[in-house]
Design a protein around this ligand. Structure first.
Ligand SMILES: C[S@@+](CC[C@H](N)C(=O)[O-])C[C@H]1O[C@@H](n2cnc3c(N)ncnc32)[C@H](O)[C@@H]1O
Length: 263
């Protein structure tokens, strides 16, 4: 019998059922450790993006990690992207964004000074990390907010299908969330996301850190909203709703309805 790892079907030849079975078998194999592509919330989170993209008839898309440090997460994203490109023929572009100087100055209790300090997690050498990246991946050395114009250009061509927010601080996450203020064509109709440091410590709460940045984003934004997906059985997993996307407005149709649930 074929393992989830060795069946390949071009995205154009996939049926809705075939794609569901492929994704469910993949997620099962990840959870049973039959496939190791690194942290589950990246491996399965990206698969939600791949599945959504194929449902929407989008075959070239982007995934991004905000906060790269030594590059472990970014390299995992590259492995996951390579896996799905090989299995389905979609094109995935991977971006990592980091200032390379470590955490910026903390601005108060909302940045969790009891957990973090300025300069922590300095990216050791961008050139060494860049040399390890495959051709479909790009490391942007910049403050997350300053990388937005370049990301918008990239997402106009290959919409965002997954985002990891791992910049630790409230203030940095607030800046990284500007990635959700681009025109609707820069996204899939719903963008899976992970927030790494929102609920793992006793001192994490909705009033500090990444969770506070998400809450405030939702208070201000009308047509873009982010919420956790606890029923998806995946820690740190969220979805960013793009309510002004043509498919969400009824102005365009996806290949199959977006009846996309747990995998
Ligand atoms: C915890 S580390 C990221 C770990 C990484 N995702 C991994 O899986 O190994 C946090 C990173 O966020 C970066 N960072 C924090 N605030 C930033 C900002 N405003 N702009 C750019 N990078 C930032 C830091 O330089 C640091 O490397």
């Amino acid at each position: 019998m074929a393992t989830p790892d060795d069946t390949t079907t071009h995205y154009a030849d996939l049926t809705e059922n075939g794609l569901r079975e492929m994704c469910n078998a993949y997620a099962r194999a990840i959870r049973h450790r039959e496939i190791d592509l690194g942290r589950w919330h990246y491996a399965i989170g990206v698969a939600h993006g791949v599945r959504t993209a194929i449902h929407c008839g989008v075959n070239r898309f982007s995934i991004v990690e905000f906060g790269v440090w030594q590059g472990n997460g970014l390299l995992e994203l590259c492995k996951i992207a390579e896996y799905w490109m090989r299995r389905t023929g979609v094109e995935i572009r991977v971006y990592g964004v980091d200032s390379a100087v470590g955490l910026p100055p903390l601005v108060g209790y909302m940045d969790h000074p009891e957990l973090w300090h300025t300069g922590a997690f300095k990216l050791p050498d961008p050139a060494i990390l860049r040399a390890k990246l495959p051709p479909f991946a790009k490391l942007l050395i910049d403050d997350v907010a300053d990388a937005m114009p370049e990301l918008e250009r990239e997402f106009t061509d290959a919409p965002l299908a997954f985002s990891s927010f791992d910049v630790d601080l409230y203030s940095s996450t607030q800046r990284a969330l500007q990635v959700l203020n681009m025109p609707a064509n820069c996204y899939l109709p719903v963008v899976p996301a992970t927030f790494d440091d929102s609920d793992s410590c006793l001192s994490h709460s909705a009033w500090c850190g990444e969770a506070a940045a998400v809450r405030e984003f939702n208070e201000v934004s009308i047509l873009r909203k982010i919420d956790p997906k606890p029923t998806f059985d995946l820690r740190k997993f969220y979805a960013c709703q793009i309510f002004d996307h043509p498919i969400r407005q009824g102005a365009a149709r996806s290949r199959w309805p977006l009846t996309l649930g747990v995998m």
